[in-house]
Design a protein around this ligand. Sequence first.
Ligand code: PLP
Length: 339
Amino acid sequence: MNVIDLRSDTVTQPTSTMRQAMANAKVGDDVYGDDPSINLLESIAAETLGKQASLFVTSGTQANLLALLVHCQRGDEYIAGQLSHIYCEEGGGGAVLASIQPQPVDNEEDGTLCLDKIQSVIKDHDDFHFAKTNLLCLENTMYGKVLSLEYLHRTNTLAKSNKLHTHLDGARLFNAAVKLNCHARDITLYFDSVNVCLSKGLGAPVGSILAGTEDFIKQARRWRKVLGGGMRQAGIIAAAGLYALEKNISRLSIDHENAQTLSNKLSDIEELDVKTDWVQTNMVFFKTKNDNNAQLCDYLNKNGILVLNEPFIRLVTHLDFHESEIDTVVGAIKQWCVT
Ligand SMILES: Cc1ncc(COP(=O)(O)O)c(C=O)c1O
C-alpha cells in the first residue's frame, strides 16, 4: 500500500541529493570546534537569522531547553502559551532539570498571548513570595498560524519594558516568513534568542539551530555539553541542514498551497467542520460534525493515510506530500463520510 503520511512535517525522508551532500560532507570533532560543516552551518544560520552566533543542536526540544537554561536561573519563571510546545510537550525540561517554573498564559484563537494577560502574570522581583519572571516565550507558527510582525513588535515592547528576555520557538519560523513574505530576520529581531528546526518543513533528518548573541551561544554551548549534546563528526548531519537552508525554504509555499487546497476541498464535505481560518501555512485541522473523529482516523490509518487526532484531526503538508495526492486523501474522507 502506498502510504500518505500527513501526521507531521517531521516524517520527510532525506532526498538523494541531500544524502549526497551528507556523504560528501567534510567533518571533524565538533567538541574541539573542528567540524567545518558544522562551523559553516552555524555561521550561515546566524547570518540568516540576524543573530551574532548560532549553535547546532540535536532537536527543537534541546534548543528550547538551552534557551531556558541560559536566560533563567533556578527560581526564575518563564511565561509561555498554555498550548505551547515548550510548556506542554517537552517533558517539563526547565522544571525537571533547572528548577525554572513555567507561567502559562491562555493562547488566544489566533495563537497569540493577550498582552494584558502577559502583563498580569509578571511578578515583582523584590517580593520573595514569587518566582522571578525573567523570560517571555512565543511560538511561531503556532498550530500553523502566523503571528503578525505588529504583534511581535508589541510583545517585544511589553517584554523589554518589564526587563524580560524574549525567546522564540520558531520550529517552523520559515513557514511564517514565507507566509508573511518577509525575511526570517524581520521576525527574529523581536527576540533575544530563537530556535529553528531543520528537521520539520525544511526536510533535514536531524537537528535544530539555536541563535542569539555571542555570549548567549557561548553559555548555550556549555549547557549543551552538560546535557550530553556535544557531538563529534556531526558534520554529516549538518550538511543536510546546510542543504535544507539553501534549497528548501522557498518551496514551503508549495506546502502552504497544498494545505489550502486540502482545506478548500474538505470544507465542501457537509459532514465536516474544517477550521478554514486556521489554514495559514502547512496545517489543516478539522473534525466530524457527529463527533466521531476517532473512527474516521482509524479508517484513514487502515487505508494508508496517516493522520493525528488531537482533538482536531490534523493534516500537515510537507515535501514528501504531493499535490497529486490531495484527491486521494479527500476521496478517502468523502468515502468514509457517505458510508
Ligand atoms: C513548535 C515546536 N517546537 C518544538 C518542537 C520540538 O522539536 P523536536 O521534535 O526536534 O524536539 C516541536 C516538535 O514538533 C514543535 O512542533
